[in-house]
Write a new protein. Structure first.
Length: 473
């Protein structure tokens, strides 16, 4: 291209770019004061800034609050686009509406006063702080917080984010004062990929929750997600036992991420409806939980699945659930494991890996079933016999049940086993009914008392100390 023509082309591009940046009827501040004072505004007339402006910003105006200026919204405002580089404050119940976008790198403070904020385009917070309190905010398109903070201290109205909300960079989102789930609506999901924190009170997320770094916390009221929950980095912490937290889609924790809901101590207050996957080197620490609605899987994958899953409180299974995966992380239930269901819909809990149960394993119905699949191992530490109500199906080839409480005596359920191990150092395991062991019996320590029941072993019997095996006691 001819150098002269090339230079003209570049100048035209620069001119076009400039025209996109500034349009007739754009407004900017020239000093601090109330919105309705003409002398606080300058208007672009196509060639220069007119000071003072001949009119206030209108519905077609692009408005900039310049650095160092503070403008107070003391009347209802309806404009096109707004860029806050200085400070914008609310006053009374006066509302602010943009038909386009709202961008802020300064300070927006509708904290103790100010009306509703309605953004019909997108909201971008690039630095500084954005605070609302007395009323509500609604954003039609996306919300992006790349730096700075968004703080919503409002539980008086419904705050609606219709587009995807993304917190990234060093951005932070705080709405811990919102204690009613219908007052904080994320209608197209929430993505947290920031080194900062998203701290929620109550919220309803329609769509997916994604966390790739930083921290997301939940502190009060109900919390629900209609889509999947994918925690690929950082930490998810639910400190809430005051409301019901529902995860409708699959929950996946991967890479080095962590999950902590140990503060949830009421069974009905943490609900999984489509399963839980551990694919992380970090820990999944759960208090109480309820698995319902759909058949599910609890899986520890071989890819990065070195982190543990632990349930510190009671867990109810109201749907068929399979425990699977070859990851090296452990799966531990510290309290009651209850297999529920109904007369018309019996429930089975199927174990395909190694599981530790320290509390009682039981069912609510005669059809409630624990099934140890081929190759699985159950370490059972409760002093109460497993599945006093329901079916304890542990006869499948090559599965093993280990009675493993070394500090207290245990009742060994009388049933048909494949492999049975008694590990009772310093304590006793006592049989409660006739028993068949189709595979091997191993008594590694402690005392195994078969009482007056019939006891058959069809494989090998390995007794570390013959004095540990008692007959007809």
């Amino acid at each position: 291209m001819d150098k002269k023509l090339y230079s003209i082309f570049i100048l035209l591009l620069l001119d076009i770019s400039f025209c996109f940046c500034q349009s007739v009827d754009d407004f900017r501040t020239n000093s601090s004061g109330n919105w309705n004072i003409l002398s606080k505004w300058e208007r672009w007339d196509g060639s220069s800034w007119v000071n003072p402006a001949p009119s206030l910003p209108s519905a077609t105006s692009n408005v900039t609050i310049q650095p160092g200026h503070t403008i107070t919204v003391n009347q209802a405002v309806n404009i096109e686009n707004l860029d806050v580089k200085g400070t914008l404050t609310g006053n009374g119940a006066n509302s602010l509406t943009t038909s386009g976008n709202f961008s802020s790198s300064g300070t927006v403070n509708f904290g103790s006063a100010g009306g509703d904020i309605t953004i019909q385009g997108s909201l971008s917070i690039n630095a500084g702080s954005f605070t609302i309190r007395s009323y509500k905010i609604s954003v039609t398109n996306t919300t992006t917080i790349s730096s700075g903070t968004f703080t919503d201290n409002n539980n008086n109205g419904t705050d609606t984010f219709t587009g995807l909300v993304t917190v990234l960079g060093s951005g932070a989102f705080t709405s811990t004062s919102v204690t009613t789930a219908t007052n904080m609506l994320f209608n197209n999901g929430l993505t947290h990929s920031s080194s900062g924190t998203t701290a929620l009170g109550s919220a309803t997320i329609t769509g997916n929750l994604s966390i790739s770094q930083g921290a997301l916390t939940v502190s009060s009221g109900n919390f629900s997600i209609s889509g999947t929950t994918d925690i690929s980095g950082g930490a998810f912490t639910d400190n809430n036992n005051g409301g019901v937290d529902t995860f409708t889609g699959l929950v996946t924790v991967s890479n080095n991420a962590t999950w902590t809901t140990s503060s949830v101590t009421t069974i009905s207050n943490l609900i999984f409806e489509n399963g839980l996957t551990q694919s992380s080197s970090g820990a999944i620490s759960v208090g109480s939980a309820n698995f319902n609605t759909n058949s599910q899987n609890i899986t520890i994958t071989p890819t990065n699945g070195t982190g543990n899953i632990s349930f510190a409180r009671s867990v109810y299974f109201n749907v068929n659930t399979t425990i699977s995966g070859t990851g090296t992380g452990s799966l531990t239930f510290s309290r009651v494991v209850m297999i529920a269901g109904s007369a018309s819909t019996p429930v089975s809990l199927i174990n395909q890996r190694t599981v530790i149960i320290n509390g009682q394993l039981n069912g609510t119905l005669g059809t409630s079933t624990w099934f140890n699949d081929n190759g699985s191992v159950l370490y059972y530490n409760s002093t109460t016999s497993p599945m006093n109500t329901g079916v304890f199906d542990v006869a499948t080839n090559a599965n093993t049940v280990v009675y493993n409480n070394t500090s207290s005596s245990q009742t060994v359920k009388g049933t048909t086993y494949h492999h049975l191990t008694i590990n009772k150092s310093g304590s006793t395991g006592t049989l409660d009914a006739n028993t068949i062991v189709n595979g091997n019996l191993s008594i590694t320590s402690g005392i195994f008392n078969i009482s007056n029941f019939d006891f058959y072993v069809y494989g090998t019997t390995d007794i570390s100390d013959p004095l540990t095996f008692q007959l007809n006691q």
